[in-house]
Write a protein that binds this ligand. Structure first.
Ligand code: NDP
Length: 277
């Protein structure tokens, strides 16, 4: 298998570091910069782009659509259906709207953004239908804790390919049970808010360790998530920070660094409720 990809349970491969898009598409004045940042990331190999119908009410998908125009074949495109749309028919209709905004005819991965009131069996039936129709290559979930994953496993025929959850050095609760459960089943964790929306970068401990390694706190936070076998999807609208984040792929953390990080950001010693934003 080529470097920097992970194989999903259905056999397709996904890059291990991607780009988020939350808060993109909110203002027309920022659009040019956002598109340039996404395209720069793509050129540097960060071809996984994570978006959602929710972000800027479709605005982020439109920005993504412009960024990937002419290079769709290189992209691993992820979007998400809102729980309120996740009925059998609603999921199919929401996907069609997302595809129009993204100016493409398929997604690589379609996620249920979080659990709502529609039965999982209905949502997954729709997802299966979309896979069969060639409109999505894989499907998964987001913000699912272990009990949700166990319940989902009753309805997905082993086809859930990803669970996207909040995971970063300052929020390690999933290491108690969810992460090992998913690893055992080869269902990758996609780590959202990997920089805790910059809050993590203010940590003096993180800054100290990063400085010793001559890397930035963001690179250390992302390299640690890669070391954990998860798929971080940092969002940046800046060319410089996109470049900085890409370099996380080239960083190897040795045991002494991992121990130091454990001392600053202790792993969980009991079950914790899934952290969400
Ligand atoms: P992140 O942890 O990725 O942080 C984004 C913030 O960090 C932005 O303000 C960005 O600013 C800044 N930033 C990025 N790189 C650097 C850097 N190298 N140094 C300093 N600052 C940096 O937060 P997000 O919440 O955006 O999470 C990432 C993605 O995960 C989202 O965009 C979205 O796609 C997904 N997500 C999914 C959720 C879900 O429920 N499934 C929930 C939340 C997020 P700037 O742009 O100016 O560089």
């Amino acid at each position: 298998m080529p470097e920097h990809v992970v194989r999903l349970p259905n056999g397709i491969t996904m890059p291990t570091l991607g780009q988020g898009t939350w808060f993109m598409g909110e203002s027309s004045s920022a659009k040019k910069e956002e598109i340039a940042a996404l395209q720069h990331g793509i050129d540097l190999g960060m071809t996984l782009i994570d978006t959602a119908e929710m972000y800027a009410s479709g605005g982020a998908e439109k920005v993504t659509g412009e960024a990937i125009a002419g290079r769709r074949d290189k992209i691993f495109l992820v979007s998400k259906v809102l729980p309120g749309n996740a009925s059998r028919k609603g999921t199919v209709a929401a996907l069609e709207r997302s595809l129009q905004r993204l100016k493409t005819d398929y997604l690589d991965l379609y996620l249920l953004h979080w659990r709502g009131s529609y039965p999982l069996s209905e949502t997954f039936e729709a997802m299966e239908q979309l896979v069969d129709a060639g409109k999505i290559r894989a499907y998964g979930v987001s913000n699912f804790d272990l009990d949700d994953m166990e319940e989902a496993a009753q309805y997905d025929n082993g086809n859930i390919c990803v669970n996207q959850v909040l995971y970063n050095l300052a929020s390690r609760g999933i290491e108690w049970d969810l992460l090992p459960w998913q690893k055992k089943r080869n269902i990758p964790v996609m780590a959202y808010s990997p920089l805790y929306q910059t809050r993590l970068l203010k940590s003096s401990g993180l800054k100290r360790v990063a400085e010793k390694l001559s890397i930035t706190p963001a690179q250390l936070a992302l390299a640690w998530l890669l070391h954990q076998g998860t798929v971080p999807i940092p969002k940046s609208s800046s060319l410089r920070r996109v470049e900085e984040n890409r370099k996380a792929w080239d960083i190897t953390l040795d045991q002494s660094v991992l121990d130091e990080l454990d001392a600053i950001f202790p792993p969980p010693d009991h079950k914790m409720p899934l952290d969400v934003l």
